[in-house]
Design a protein around this ligand. Sequence first.
Ligand SMILES: Cc1ncc(COP(=O)(O)O)c(C=O)c1O
Length: 391
Amino acid sequence: MDKQPSKATKLGINTRLAHGGYDPRDYHGFVNPPVVHASTVLFPDAETMASNKQKYTYATHGTPTTDALCRAIDELEGSVGTLLVPSGLVAVTLPLLAFLAPGDHLLMVDCCYGNTRHFCNTMLKQYGIEVEYYDPLIGAGIESLIKPNTRVVFTESPGSNTFEVQDIPAIVEKAHAAGAIVMMDNTWATPIYFKALDYGVDISIHAATKYPSGHSDILMGTVSANDKCFKKLDAAYTALGLCVGGDDAYQILRGLRTMGLRMERHAQNAIEIAKWLESQEGVIEVLHPALESHAGHALWKRDFCGAGGVFSIVINGGTKQAHAFLNALRIFGLGYSWGGYESLALHVHLGGRVITGKDYAGPVIRLQIGLEDTADLIADIENALAAMKAA
Ligand SMILES: Cc1ncc(COP(=O)(O)O)c(C=O)c1O
């Protein structure tokens, strides 16, 4: 499999990120597209209004600003259509709502994002959908879990917080053979480092809140689909009345222009720190797929062409030591989310997992590595490890 560039184009990734989605000649030569603030769009006459043929009809159905972002993402994903939603979580819930009906069976990876699990265990169960969690390492073994009513196999690789790598092509093959579709939360790698649709995934999901935004100031999700799935997905999007504002869409498009360079630095900083952490006393395990010591390293190397900048460590001790570590950090902030320019840390809670909440030998701490200088980040962690040992 040609990992990069995409089948669709021979241009390099940074060229596509810089120019995708918008042609300055379409708007008087201005380098960036206009930010259209809109609800109502006017029609020149009653006939045009009745014909339903005008390109823009109402802002929930798109504007030149949201279209520019959708096109840019389609070019990266190789998708036939992309939908913009108000958060990464909605990018997960929309396709599940679109493709599941009462009586259906959903196979959900056990290391999914925590709020994905919450949605499955509450809303989907309320609507009579059977949710079954599966082991992320199952690969082709997914076949044994597929039932006649399995409609969707949901993947997230690497897994949230614990970073298990899934064998996506093997899962896709078995799911498709049984007539089910495959969705993937691909937020960690972005379409730069994992081309989900090229690997047979039908619907690629991103929390654009993370790397596309890059600055911890916008919430957005994107859902990109292949030809087989886009129409149904779009129908649900329209029925639900989902949309995003022009300012936010503009900011995400702006973020895309530099995402390649930012990702490169996030990845470089993260692997340097992960390698350093492997030799630190008090660190039992480093959960980063790009490390050779990681159980999913071979699969990651086979399918991905880069790594995100968030990973976890397992530290010695209990909650007291985890809190001492976190409280001693000065550059790393304590906060949710990731993908922004600034480093963050949090104590991971694996409650609710049914397969992968395995007994780690100590607390799991997630580190989002930002764009700061690694010497400063390492000094900050060194200090936190000393506080942890003293606790
Ligand atoms: C893997 C993953 N998917 C989806 C989301 C949801 O994104 P948002 O915070 O924009 O709702 C997150 C948020 O942390 C995430 O980590």
